[in-house]
Ligand binder design. Structure first.
Ligand code: GLN
Length: 311
């Protein structure tokens, strides 16, 4: 058995620990005993394990994509007027820090407050037009059309009391532009975009390759923004476990409560995969922080086994 497969097998029993996210009604039903992995290198070599076409929703992973998009459109200086770039150490949907420091300003774009603020900045006059612009960008990253899981979207929007509370608070402090409900709606839709691990690994490969799709050679965003995005992923991408993830795994990563993790490596050499890697895992059982238990366990083994840490 290859070492990669061995790490998958060693991690798999953990898929039964924890439970699927329970506050989004449609996601609480996900079967827990799944684990899929996709690793892609710059030349198109890949490692696949499990049902890699199995679908799930982006959830918080979408936050890094809309952040990159808005930085490309407005420039980082403008974006920084609405959202900072500091880790919080609090839960992703926490409100506590919104009332301290620079009052009302979200600490970073990877917590709900920051991501909703980003969605309020999308360029365009009407909601549909603003959403379309973002969708077109996401499609260039994904390499396919955006599709929404309507059940997940509707069930989250119907129960998004906390995100609405955050958004109205941001509005009261002038850190949310335009209509509050529109921002919450677009945010909830981007969280419900359907992906699989192959799509996530492609997105990760573009980020680690500084904004260029290595297959087509197309530049999708600037190197400057790619550097900022990777720094954010390292410091804030795994919620309030980002410090430990940086210490023990040491690669830029973003997780979502549906159980996906998008991550990447700069200079790997592992069993037929070389150079920059886009890496994605999916296992719906999450821990108290919101990270996939089986995914984290696999990534720790992978990073230790093949010396992937950037530190
Ligand atoms: N849609 C989810 C929410 O807003 C995303 C959270 C997450 O993946 N951490 O709560």
């Amino acid at each position: 058995m290859s070492r990669l497969q061995q790490y998958v097998e060693e991690s798999k029993p953990l898929a039964k620990l924890g439970k699927p996210v329970d506050y989004i009604p449609a996601l609480s039903k996900q079967p827990v005993d799944q684990f899929t992995v996709c690793i892609l290198d710059e030349s198109g070599n890949q490692f696949l394990s499990g049902n890699t076409k199995g679908k799930f929703t982006l959830q918080s992973i979408s936050k890094i994509i809309s952040f990159i998009y808005i930085c490309e459109h407005l420039g980082i200086e403008k974006v920084l007027e609405y959202v900072d770039m500091e880790p919080t150490g609090d839960a992703f949907n926490s409100m506590v820090r919104l009332e301290i420091t620079e009052v009302g300003k979200p600490f970073n774009p990877l917590i709900n407050a920051g991501a909703i603020a980003v969605c309020s900045l999308l360029p365009g006059a009407k909601k549909e037009e603003r959403k379309e612009g973002l969708w077109q960008f996401i499609e260039r990253m994904m390499g396919e059309k955006v599709a929404i899981n309507e059940e997940v979207y509707r069930s989250e929007l119907a129960t998004a009391y906390r995100n609405r509370a955050i958004a109205y608070y941001l509005k009261s402090k002038n850190f949310l532009k335009g209509d509050v409900e529109d921002a919450v709606d677009i945010y909830t839709q981007q969280c419900a975009i359907i992906v699989d691990v192959e799509i996530l690994a492609r997105i990760a490969l573009i980020i680690v390759n500084d904004g260029v799709n290595p297959t087509s050679g197309e530049r999708i965003f600037s190197k400057k923004i790619a550097k900022i995005a990777k720094a954010l992923l390292i410091t804030c991408g795994m919620y309030n476990d980002s410090g430990k993830f940086a210490a023990f795994v040491g690669i830029p990563a973003k997780s979502g409560v549906s159980g996906g993790i998008l991550t990447m490596a700069n200079h790997a050499n592992m069993e037929g995969l070389h150079g920059k890697l886009g890496i994605a895992t999916f296992g719906p059982s999450i821990d108290d922080v919101g990270n996939s238990i089986v995914g984290m366990s696999f990534l720790k083994r992978l990073s230790e086994g093949f010396h992937l840490t950037i530190f």
